[in-house]
Design a protein around this ligand. Structure first.
Ligand code: SF4
Ligand code: FES
Length: 248
């Protein structure tokens, strides 16, 4: 396949940035999207030009690093996958593909397609954990009965990889789907109850301080989420937050 790529180039966080057009040739339909980007970068390096900076690590849908906005959609046109799981067979010979970074004020661009998502880390540090005694007398997990339904829902919430597609696809740049997944994975389990009140209050406080917008129930986040995180988690977080506020 031969393709035209329109890619956001930005030298650094203070640079204005612009779309730049490139042509790539001989792309196999069996390549992943990131392999296609590798081919482009090899061509740019061969011409002594600056390669396009983009984030990636696992290249198998686990790490959440490959934050690209492709043809106006976070992680591209397919559903339930990350950019690294997107294959070139999704596109046609002669296509023009537009590639931008995830855009949100709380995710400033570092360079080209790489954005700073440390805001998510700071929200996690505010409460996305449980304190467990690991000094050798930890209770066996099987000793704590958990219903199959609660375990399944907690597991579903825990599949969030922190990629930020929910923020990038939300017209308000809201992080509610991400934060609600992190709150839910503990709220559903007995192990999460000890710190439940502080957790939801602190994580929501940090989310607001990071400048993320509010949720207006559009649902774009759920559609674009590569892990199928449900809006039900936002409803659960709102209930948790209300209960914690009344206790406080
Ligand atoms: S909720 Fe979905 S879109 Fe948002 S960070 Fe988690 S995995 Fe990514
Ligand atoms: S590179 Fe890890 S999820 Fe895409």
């Amino acid at each position: 396949m031969n393709l035209t790529l329109k890619i956001w180039r930005q030298k650094g966080s203070n640079d204005k940035g612009q779309m730049v057009e490139y042509n790539v040739t001989d792309i196999s339909e069996h390549m992943s999207f990131l392999e296609m980007m590798d081919v482009l970068n090899e061509q740019l390096v061969a011409k002594d030009e600056e390669p396009v900076a983009f984030d990636h690590d696992c290249r198998e849908g686990i790490c959440g690093m490959c934050s690209m906005y492709i043809n106006g959609e976070a992680h591209g046109p397919d559903r339930g996958i990350t950019t690294c799981q997107l294959h070139m067979r999704t596109f046609n010979d002669g296509d023009t593909i537009t590639i931008e970074p995830f855009r949100a004020n709380s995710f400033p661009v570092i360079k080209d397609l790489v954005v700073d998502r440390m805001a998510f880390e700071r929200i996690q540090q505010a409460g996305g954990f449980i304190s467990v005694n690991t000094s050798g007398n930890t209770q066996d997990a099987n000793a704590i009965p958990i219903s199959k339904h609660a375990a399944d829902e907690a597991m579903d919430a825990a599949t969030c990889i922190g990629c930020g597609a929910c923020v990038a696809s939300c017209k308000n740049s809201s992080a509610m789907l991400f934060v609600s997944a992190k709150v839910s994975q503990y709220a559903l389990l007995p192990q999460g109850q000890v710190e439940a009140t502080d957790r939801v209050l602190n994580m929501v406080k940090q989310m607001d301080e990071e400048g993320f917008g509010n949720c207006t129930n559009t649902g774009a986040c759920e559609v674009e989420c590569p892990k199928g995180i449900s809006l039900e988690n936002i409803a659960r977080m709102n209930r948790e937050y209300l209960a914690a506020s009344l206790k406080g």
